[in-house]
Design a protein around this ligand. Structure first.
Ligand code: ATP
Length: 285
């Protein structure tokens, strides 16, 4: 049997760091949604009881280090399944980009195996399982627009954003979130107004949304990688109504309500940036 799952990229509309916890995690508050740039996950049943992973990307491991492999193993162990699966990942989401590509692949594997092997696990069960793989996996299982609290794993669904074009620009830098968080100093952070972002979602007010989007990690990433700040500035200069870094970067997200502006931003950034995409929001409730 063969089954396909889409694994969309996540973007942050806001990301705040509230403090450091005793367990070493940071307490965060972030608003996330998904866009139509997605990895494609193909799941194929195989006769022997093994998990086999292949990808078309040189940046992603093809073995038990792949988070998609870890997700399949976790699912098999949890439900005591002795089936085999081959997972083929077509990577379209840039790696180590702040777009949650690995987390989304893991979420897609959990959803897909649940369907393929007719396990009947509920959304809450998949979310609980996913949280043990990574803080962004629960959001990716939900896949709508949500507030993530705790270390990002507690998900509260929010109103969908107003329709717009999204430009994603990623310079040729890979950033690991684990590398950025230890450099956070709480007293110098600039906190975004998460409540105002939520309000603008409720009111579908695109202008306010663009005004209030923000990311407390920008100052940390910008000081290490000044090119990321330049990309954000260039996005705003070339017509973005709002721009914000996603996750711990380096991808910068630009929002605009007009396709002609999205093209202008895209053209302004190509050549300046390694990868640039014009995409749409997936959550159109
Ligand atoms: P994070 O914010 O968690 O760092 P990210 O979107 O910035 O997420 P990912 O693209 O998920 O970063 O990749 C992070 C690391 O995970 C990379 O070193 C990559 O090699 C590894 N990895 C393992 N499995 C995958 C996968 N299926 N897709 C992408 N990266 C993977």
């Amino acid at each position: 049997m063969v089954l396909f799952e889409r694994a969309p990229a996540k973007i942050n509309l806001s990301l705040d760091v509230l403090g450091k916890r005793e367990d070493g995690f940071h307490e965060v508050e972030m608003i996330m949604t998904t866009v139509d740039l997605a990895d494609r996950i193909e799941l194929n049943t195989i006769d022997t009881d093994i998990i086999d992973v292949s990808t078309d990307s040189q940046y992603v491991p093809n073995d038990e280090r792949n988070i998609a492999y870890k997700a399949a193993l976790l699912f098999k162990n949890k439900y005591q399944l002795h089936h085999g699966v081959h997972i083929a990942i077509q990577k379209n989401i840039p790696v180590s980009a702040g777009l949650g590509g690995g987390s989304s692949d893991a979420a897609a594997v959990l959803r897909g195996l649940n369907r393929m092997w007719s396990v009947g696990a509920s959304l809450d069960e998949l979310v609980e399982l996913g949280a043990t793989l990574g803080s962004d996996v629960p959001f990716c299982i939900h896949g709508c627009t949500a507030l993530g609290t705790g270390h990002g794993e507690k998900i509260h669904t929010l109103a969908s954003p107003p329709s717009c074009y999204v430009v994603l620009a990623k310079p040729n830098i890979g950033i690991s979130t684990r590398h950025i968080f230890p450099k956070v100093t709480m007293d110098t952070l600039h906190h975004p107004q998460t409540d105002k972002v939520m309000r603008s979602l409720e009111e579908k007010d695109f202008g306010r949304l663009c005004h209030y989007i923000g990311n407390a990690l920008e100052s940390v990433t910008f000081s290490l990688y000044p090119d990321v700040r330049r990309i954000k500035d260039k996005m705003l200069q070339t017509g973005a109504d709002g721009a914000v870094m996603s996750g711990s970067g380096p991808t910068v997200v630009g929002l605009t309500s007009h396709f002609s502006k999205a093209r202008r931003i895209y053209n302004g950034l190509r050549g300046f940036c390694d990868e640039v995409y014009v995409v749409r929001l997936l959550d159109r409730r």
